[in-house]
Design a protein around this ligand. Structure first.
Ligand code: DAH
Length: 326
């Protein structure tokens, strides 16, 4: 390499040593390697040189260009590493907070109910949120002409497909797919075309079903009485009030006394023989009880929530009150 070229290289090296930013490096690069830069200029000068000289100097000039490119590239990677390191190791920056979420009160209530019923031998079963009329109505002794169909304010998807209006439809699916003895609980979403401060078009229910030989109303009463005590963690004033559901006979509703007032919390009864025969279970051999309850209503009572809509607004200040609960 000619003297002039080697002095160019040492000048570049010096500049790179004192260069400390990508911006300065870009300037250095364009000064030496840019289209109108120092090295391009030397190539232009070569045009007037003799053929012999051009051969020798051209090779040297190319070597200079290669070396300059290498030096600049290695400085560039040195600078980018040091920038990254600075960002990663700036220990004076405040740490970022980790916000732990909380379980939703609806899930807290479902989990609590499942925990209690599991101890009584009930097994969780999932059904379908999109149902047909057979599982949601007909098999449950609610034929097309039955007035109870109107009470359900059903969302129809097609002539026969609908959003299930209650988890009782899962009873039918379970009894069709397994033979007794059966003890199942079916938590899940249900849908009704109803919306005001105390009703939501989607809410949650849990259904319990027990089918075995010699099951009678006393079993149902005793199970639900203990269930309520365990759920609220103390003895509550409760009463069974005669009621009517097409799929149970006899039917009842369970009320709990809150602040001196009776509040209905669940429906229950002995599985109607028509329902058993619809799912090919011999009602002379087997009997059973069922119950169904609305989760939101229970969660409102348990946690003192006054407006149903709070469950669905995803307001963090509401939800964070349930932190730490399981
Ligand atoms: N399916 C009823 C409803 O949605 C609740 C219910 C009542 C379920 C009585 C039952 C029962 O299993 O026995 O209102």
């Amino acid at each position: 390499m000619s003297k002039e070229y080697s002095s160019l290289l040492s000048e570049l090296r010096e500049k790179l040593v004192s260069c400390s930013s990508q911006h300065d490096l870009a300037n250095i690069k364009s000064h030496y390697l840019g289209r109108k830069g120092v090295i391009s200029n030397e190539f232009i000068k070569l045009r007037t040189a003799s053929t012999e000289e051009r051969k020798i100097l051209g090779g040297k000039l190319n070597a200079l260009k290669d070396e300059a490119q290498k030096l600049i590239a290695s400085k560039a990677s040195e600078l980018s590493v040091s920038v990254d390191c600075n960002e990663k190791t700036d220990i004076s920056l405040p740490g970022s907070n980790i916000y732990l979420g909380s379980r939703h009160p609806v899930n807290l209530t479902i989990n609590k109910i499942i925990d209690i019923l599991r101890n009584y031998g009930f097994e969780t079963v999932d059904g379908f949120e999109i149902e047909d009329e057979f599982h949601n109505f007909d098999a449950l002794n609610i034929p097309a002409s039955h007035p109870a169909r109107d009470m359900h304010d059903t969302f129809y998807i097609s002539d026969d497909k609908l959003l299930r209006t209650h988890t009782s439809s899962v009873q039918i699916r379970s009894m069709l797919s397994s033979s007794p003895p059966l003890r199942i609980m079916t938590p899940g979403k249900v849908y009704r075309s109803d919306s005001d401060p105390t009703h939501s078009p989607m809410f949650h229910q849990i259904e319990g079903l027990c089918i075995d030989k010699n099951i009678n109303f006393c079993h149902l009463k005793s199970l639900l009485s203990t269930f309520i005590t365990e759920l609220f963690g103390r003895d509550m004033d409760i009463r069974f009030r005669p009621s009517y559901f097409p799929f149970t006979e006899p039917s009842a509703e369970l009320d709990i006394k809150f602040n001196g007032k009776w509040l209905e919390v669940l429906g229950c009864g002995m599985v109607h023989p028509n329902v058993l025969s619809n799912v090919k279970i011999d009602s002379k051999k087997y009997s059973g009880f069922a119950f169904g309850l609305g989760i939101e209503r229970l969660a409102m009572l348990q946690y003192g929530i006054t407006d149903l809509r709070m469950f669905y607004e995803n307001d963090l200040s509401f939800l964070s009150q349930f932190k730490g609960l399981k």
